[in-house]
Design a binder for this molecule. Sequence first.
Ligand SMILES: *Cc1c(COP(=O)(O)O)cnc(C)c1O
Length: 402
Amino acid sequence: MKKVIEVIERLKEKNDEPVCSYIYDLDHLKKHVESVTRTLPQNCRMYYAMKANSEERILRTVHPYIEGFEVASIGEVKKARAVNQNVPVIFGGPGKTDKELTGAILEDVKLFHVESIHELKRLAMIAEYLNKKVSILLRVNLRGPFPSATLHMAGRPTQFGIDEAQVEEAIQLSLSYQSLQLEGFHFHSISNNLDHERHIELIHIYFQKAKQWSQKYEFPLMYINVGGGIGVNFSDLHQQFNWNHFTGELQQLIDREKMQTVTIIFECGRFLTSSCGYYAVEVIDIKENHGKTFVVICGGTQHFRLPVSWQHNHPFELIPFANWPYPFERKTAANQEVTIVGQLCTPKDVFAKDVSINQLRIGDVIVFHYAGAYGWSISHHDFLSHPHPQHLFLERETALKA
Ligand SMILES: *Cc1c(COP(=O)(O)O)cnc(C)c1O
């Protein structure tokens, strides 16, 4: 964070435009991803779900520490290939077109996560036409019951995966095609989960289901993809998902369930890249309206849509600046609640509502934390045609170039 503040101070000194920047701490990202992957049990592999943030610098930074990339479009396949011609790529997502399936086969995608029976039939046909044998996992939307009822992508009607009631039909169909190799199952049922014990319980269910199906239909279970969905706690930054306890308990579960010979795939997005990113914006106005105080920042949810999309108050930090260029009094909000909003002409452009602050003045800078995943990548950048933020990637010079 110290480094990030120094960069903001430099931006502020230039003083030509109000500060409006995404800042990514790539040194932190390396350290974090390295430590997350290092503690995984031996038969587990970490893929990065690049939809969380597919900026090239981010992909290149995580690449040495992960097994490969999880993608959901041919565009993402190409982004993975631009980083490394041979990096393993696994391809999921509902609604893959024939052209995408063809392109992905030609780009040597390692595993296809098949999301419907119709997709299964199309993939088998395309692979046969190309004279290739492609490896697949069937993505399953489980019926439950689950240890807890807060699943997002499964356990209820969604557009994701094959209904558990149709899985046996899909298995038999998969096994009937020469052009397909059924290698296991894919389960991504939950999003932003903070409870590592619940995550273990879910994975336990995945293990049992996958084993039952592979035994019943007598095919070797090579992979179980347990998805992403490891969360970030935006309301208390000190209480994060306990990854070390999780990986310890996962090792015990693997031993207990005798899953050592199955490769367990993780495809995490948020948990890997969220903490390396900051959205730093300068306060350009403070005003009272109908008894509430609004802090207007230079920027908006067209740059950083995450808080609106998740309907939460996004965590932030204030960086005070003494300099005041105008001849008139500086507007200040002190010891009160404020609502932080952007420059858009919509009441939905809110980052945090009725949050307490000690002191905040026009010209100070607000830094939103945990902006590295689903920040810029999910935002509608050109709504209202404001300028885009700068994107700064901080990285210590690690080696002298020859
Ligand atoms: C979005 C997504 C992920 C990554 O989810 P996170 O919550 O960012 O970890 C993984 N797998 C699939 C299929 C997804 O759609």
